[in-house]
Design a protein around this ligand. Sequence first.
Ligand SMILES: *[C@@H]1O[C@H](CO)[C@@H](O)[C@H](O)[C@H]1NC(C)=O
Ligand SMILES: *[C@@H]1O[C@H](CO)[C@@H](O)[C@H](O)[C@H]1NC(C)=O
Length: 443
Amino acid sequence: MSNKRKLVPMELVLFLVVFFTTFRGSFGASKQTKSKASYGIGSSVVFPVTGNVYPNGYYHVTLYIGHPPKPYFLDIDTGSDLTWLQCDAPCTKCTPAPHALYKPNKNLVRCEDPLCASLHWPANKPCKTPDDQCDYEIVYADHGSSMGVLIRDSFPLRLINGSVAGPRLIFGCGYNQEVPDSFDPPHTDGVLGLTGGQLSIVSQLHEQGITRNILGHCLSGKGEGFLFFGNDLVPSSRVVWVPMLLNSLEKRYVLGPTELLYGNRATGVKGLLVVFDSGSTYSYFSSDAYKATLAIVKKDLNGKQLKDAVEDQNLPVCWKGAKPFKSIQDVKNYFKPLVLRFTKAKNVQLQLPPAAYLIITKDGNVCLGILNGSEVGLGNDNILGDISLQDKMVIYDNEKQQIGWVAANCDRLPNTDRDYIGGSSQPFASNMDILEEHLEEEL
Ligand SMILES: *[C@@H]1O[C@H](CO)[C@@H](O)[C@H](O)[C@H]1NC(C)=O
Ligand SMILES: *[C@@H]1O[C@H](CO)[C@@H](O)[C@H](O)[C@H]1NC(C)=O
């Protein structure tokens, strides 16, 4: 695999490739409480986000889990549905993490739990006995993986309607993590899986009547942002919506087909399906689309003052100017927006301005943040990673099966009191103070 070439040390490509599960004979201790789903309106939860595309390569949120609740940093991944934490079960192989490992406490999910069954795809192995524990293994496209067992614990959440909820949710206790050789592991405690599958945290919150099955993120190019679950922060106008392509085998957010333009010029690339994947740092095009993109960008640079920068260690295709670049502002006159036109959705466009596909490296070069997916084994997948999802609010509506986006300032947390909830007496606080105050009383 060419990702052994260490082209992109910090790159992450988190999306699910294979699930398989095996069953061992030990017995889960948790009793199964089937929630009474209430499909009422539900509230919303907002999480501040921290991270960047370069140099860190990922965005994370802090979730409080357990009793008493402890904080964990989770990488936001709209490319997989399983949430897992590095776990002292005990841990066979864990990567350096910002917090102490999560300690499971007799809270195993039983094999016959419907959410365990949803994990068994595609193998769908029957349980040997209903009391078996529910083992999982998730392998990501970059060949990183987590192996562990499903458990259930409480996730105290402060809802924007002022209430505190303490739902018990199912997630993975990961006791054996592999990180691809060439990558530095992200400095997180686990992954927050956000695809539309039953197992995803948002689907579970929806099942318990706490939020709608809708989520959104707003990732700032300056390194902050926010993530929300629920419908309250979705703007009522200006959002452009495109139906998700439904593919039962793939629980990913796939849109298309699209035609690719550079500025207003056709690149000749048509029929491109794209995956919205916040678990991937950069974007990836399949071989033909990548080739066409590279050709048209290079052709357009002809006669301009940019020279190939072959010595840049960060990314494979870079250019340098007369003096080092400090920000995207310095290069925006050299590049045009890439445009994805959704030909079966009223020609709606997703604009990727230079900041959505270029990186200014520490050496002051400008590098292409769209990579050759065929080279890293992604086959025909085209992935829009963090770089291309930044500086927009991107909304995944799993109820209406559509994805929307709208230009947004992601630097400041939404003031849910002023911006979204007329007359609410509870101002939205980004910190956990209020939540922590409530926890002892309510949980
Ligand atoms: C807030 O929303 C939750 C979830 O729908 C609900 O259970 C709770 O009663 C609501 N609280 C208020 C104050 O409306
Ligand atoms: C992309 O990768 C494939 C597979 O390694 C390779 O055959 C192709 O030449 C690459 N495309 C470009 C433009 O580098």
